[in-house]
Ligand binder design. Structure first.
Ligand code: S3P
Length: 436
């Protein structure tokens, strides 16, 4: 049955909360732990559906994994060549990160694998990974339009590749680095702009030599990973909903604890500060190679801005929520250079523009961004298009709306943020769930 959020208007966010673990880091902990030698213990693992899809895929390939239980997972690594053929296609659900990173790893195995996904994942572009992997010697079949299911042929030997990535994508970079672990010689990926570097950091944590020079990341195939312990920080992308909810609502004062503030992920902090948000970082420290901090945000008077394009890849998952902030700001906010938003779990430019317009906001989609005039958010019904981040962003919009906001099809919130409704209700959001 479909899940609807009905959010009553007004209120503000207060208290100290810890949002669930980082999705990107959680995926990588399972992948690298599985092909490492020895036992990897993970704390703070995100028990969302996307990460469980990754975990189940490795179990299906013969890796013994204990948990998850209260965020703890123990992975008994099988080494670089210890994965076994799964008996069925690997189901990746809604998770682009799972299918794209695994396509790199699967290309280097001795067995064939098929990877499938839900209706949203089955529409997402995969040529961005299959084309460079083919240059390395991999063979992957897609649907005619380059979408999943992916059929990866085993038994290929891969060659290292020097690849100039046409788009700023951490998934593509990570996919090629994973294939590169098994390739003959050196694999280097050059990014047009910096993207999240969790793969590079975590591979180094597993003892692999990864070399980063400016925007070029290289490794040499044929090495091995050694098990390590991983402490997953809270996900800045999940913290974002509370940061923005607090920033737009008068009287808010919320602290998000132990959030990952990796410089390749903090576009949302930089953009909110440019918009005038009162945001401070407290208790900064480094945990397992990733910087973390408590983030305190108070209700603020936001102003519209031209969002600097170099911030786009650093905030790529945060734009649905940032559009809500823009709708509450004084003046115009302009986003450009964000065409990638059109190929996320939904077309996040179109879907957010439609939803904001349904709530009476002047939001004009453009090919690669949006122009939003700040003003009043009205009441109404919006469609999440099965996109978790769209659902959670509109939930926060109710803090400033003139009447209730109803958000349809919120089931996918569980892909990245199990318990979102309960946690946000504790913090002060007047959200009720219907169905589900
Ligand atoms: C991710 C990379 C980003 C991001 C996604 C997670 C990752 O995708 O949107 O949620 O973990 O590598 P792209 O690489 O397609 O930008």
């Amino acid at each position: 049955m479909s899940l609807t959020f009905v959010v009553s208007p007004g209120g503000h966010l207060t208290g100290r909360i810890r949002v669930p673990g980082d999705k990107s880091i959680s995926h990588r902990s399972i992948m690298f732990g599985s092909i490492a030698e020895g036992t990897t213990r993970v704390k703070g693992f995100l028990e969302g559906e996307d990460n469980l899809a990754t975990l189940n895929a490795f179990r299906a390939m013969g890796v013994e994994i204990d948990g998850p239980l209260n965020g703890e997972v123990t992975i008994h690594g099988v080494g670089m060549h210890g994965l076994r053929a799964p008996t069925e296609p690997l189901y990746m659900g809604n998770s682009g990160t799972s299918i794209r990173l695994l396509s790199g790893l699967m290309s280097a195995q001795q067995f064939d694998v098929e990877m499938t996904g839900d209706s949203s994942l089955s529409k997402r572009p995969m040529r961005r990974v299959t084309a460079p992997l083919a240059e390395m010697g991999a063979e992957i079949l897609t649907e005619k339009d380059g979408t999943p299911p992916l059929k990866v042929q085993g038994g290929k030997s891969l060659n290292g590749l020097h690849y100039d990535m046409p788009m700023a994508s951490a998934q593509v970079k990570s996919c090629l680095l994973l294939a590169g672990l098994y390739a003959e010689g050196e694999t280097c990926v050059t990014e047009p702009a910096p993207t999240r570097d969790h793969t590079e950091r975590m591979l180094r944590g597993f003892g692999y030599d990864v070399r980063t020079e400016n925007n070029r990341i290289c490794l040499t195939g044929g090495g091995k990973l050694t098990a390590t312990d991983i402490d997953v920080p809270a996900d800045i992308s999940s913290a974002t909903f509370f940061m923005i909810g607090a920033a737009i609502s008068e009287g808010s004062d919320i602290t998000l604890e132990h959030v990952g503030i990796n410089p390749t992920r903090i576009g949302v902090i930089n953009i909110l500060r440019l918009m005038g948000a009162e945001l401070t970082l407290e208790n900064e420290c480094e945990v397992g190679g990733e910087p973390v901090a408590d983030i305190r945000v108070r209700g603020s008077k936001l102003k519209g801005i031209q969002i600097p394009e170099e911030q786009v890849p650093l905030a790529i998952d945060e734009f649905p929520a940032l559009f809500v902030a823009a709708a509450c700001a004084e003046g115009e906010t302009v986003l450009t250079g964000a065409h990638e938003l059109r190929v996320k779990e939904s077309d996040r430019i179109q879907v957010m523009a439609d939803g904001l317009q349904a709530l009476g906001v002047n939001a004009q989609p453009t090919d690669d961004g949006m122009i939003i005039q700040g003003g009043t958010i009205g009441s109404g019904t919006v469609e999440s298009h099965d996109d978790h981040r769209i659902a959670m962003s509109f939930a926060m919009a109710a803090l400033r709306a003139t009447g209730p906001i109803t958000i349809k099809n919120c089931e996918t919130v569980g892909t990245s943020f199990p318990g979102f409704a309960a946690l946000s209700r504790d913090a002060g959001l007047r959200v009720e769930q219907q169905g589900g």
